[in-house]
Design a protein around this ligand. Structure first.
Ligand SMILES: [Mn+2]
Length: 319
């Protein structure tokens, strides 16, 4: 397995109340990735961290790092704060689609395998705010247009229930899959963020399987939370068994992309925080790999739930 990190978390972050860590340039962020045991993948935020493609590519090569994905941000520009892909004003939607296209150009220029986009601003805060009918149609249209451009760089969509809007358009894995089915472009996928999935009251492992069984590709973001908000906590700090089950099914489907860390150190020491995350993620992956997958699936086929529970107690909890 291979692990990476969204490098936006390696500098200053902020929430409504506080600022955390120090502001750091992109080259320094890459140098921090290099220091973290177990990480060599980078998810970079377009266009705010990407700069000159050749220069960034040079730094990556020098440090022996690889691109996990390019994360296209379509929520930061002032005009997109209330939404981007689903807005009634065509020019606003067009500029958001163009941003994704330029993200694909950048991904191609640096050799990144795909782009991922989490349309967090698309949604609503109160009832009787947006026209659900046009919002959904525009989402299909805009995502379709972005997906059609340079299909050799696939577009992954990342659903999330809440934040920055109170209720996001793509609020579940199932909703994102429905959108991709409507779009009908095979060069698309879902970014399954463990914490987003938990916040949507899903079981991340089941969501991963549903993505694959629906015929789409999957890309995994790792973190944890309390299911009420997307806290971006260190992996397995709240949901160990969910983490093991996610890894079990990722292995069943021969997942070979990066496990990209979407976690925020906030009050914790930067490098130590990510090393603990890397350690628990690779440890859980190894643990899932030691389980006799065939036996577990056989027991499921036989509906031998008690024996499965016994195995979980013995082999995962080690009781
Ligand atoms: Mn994520």
């Amino acid at each position: 397995m291979k692990q990476g990190v969204i490098i936006g978390f390696l500098g200053k972050t902020q929430d409504r109340f506080s600022e955390y860590q120090k502001p750091v340039g992109v080259k320094e962020k890459l140098e921090i990735v290099k220091q973290i045991e177990g990480f060599d993948g980078v998810e970079i935020v377009f266009p705010y961290e990407t700069g000159d493609a050749e220069e960034t590519k040079g730094w990556m090569k020098e440090l022996g790092l690889n691109f996990a994905a390019v994360n296209v941000n379509i929520k930061k520009e002032p005009e997109w704060v209330p939404g981007a892909l689903s807005r009634p004003i065509k020019e606003i939607r067009d500029r958001a689609v163009d941003m994704i296209k330029r993200g694909k150009d950048y991904a191609q220029a640096v050799g990144a395998p795909h782009v991922s986009c989490c349309p967090l601003a698309d949604g609503y805060d109160v009832l009787f705010q947006v026209d659900y009918s046009t919002a959904w149609k525009y989402m299909i249209e805009t995502v379709g247009e972005a997906a059609d451009y340079k299909p050799e760089i696939p577009l992954f969509l990342e659903p999330k229930y809440s934040e920055t809007r109170v209720h996001c358009q793509l609020d579940t894995t199932a909703k994102a899959l429905l959108l991709l089915k409507e779009v009908g472009n095979p060069h698309t996928g879902i970014t399954l963020d463990m914490g987003h999935s938990l916040q949507s009251q899903e079981n991340p492992a089941q969501s991963l399987v549903t993505i694959y069984e629906s015929g789409f590709d999957a890309y995994i973001h790792t973190n944890d939370n309390d299911t009420k908000a997307d806290w971006d906590l260190i992996g397995a700090s709240r949901h160990l068994l969910h983490y093991v089950e996610l890894m079990f099914w990722a292995q069943e489907y021969k997942y070979d992309k990066y496990f990209t860390t979407d976690a925020s150190p906030r009050i914790f020491g930067m490098v130590d925080f990510f090393e603990r995350h890397s350690e628990v993620t690779s440890g859980v992956y190894k643990l899932a790999g030691k389980l006799d997958h065939q036996k577990y699936r056989q027991l499921m086929a036989e509906e031998n739930y008690i024996e499965l529970m016994r195995l979980v107690n013995k082999e995962i909890y080690r009781l």
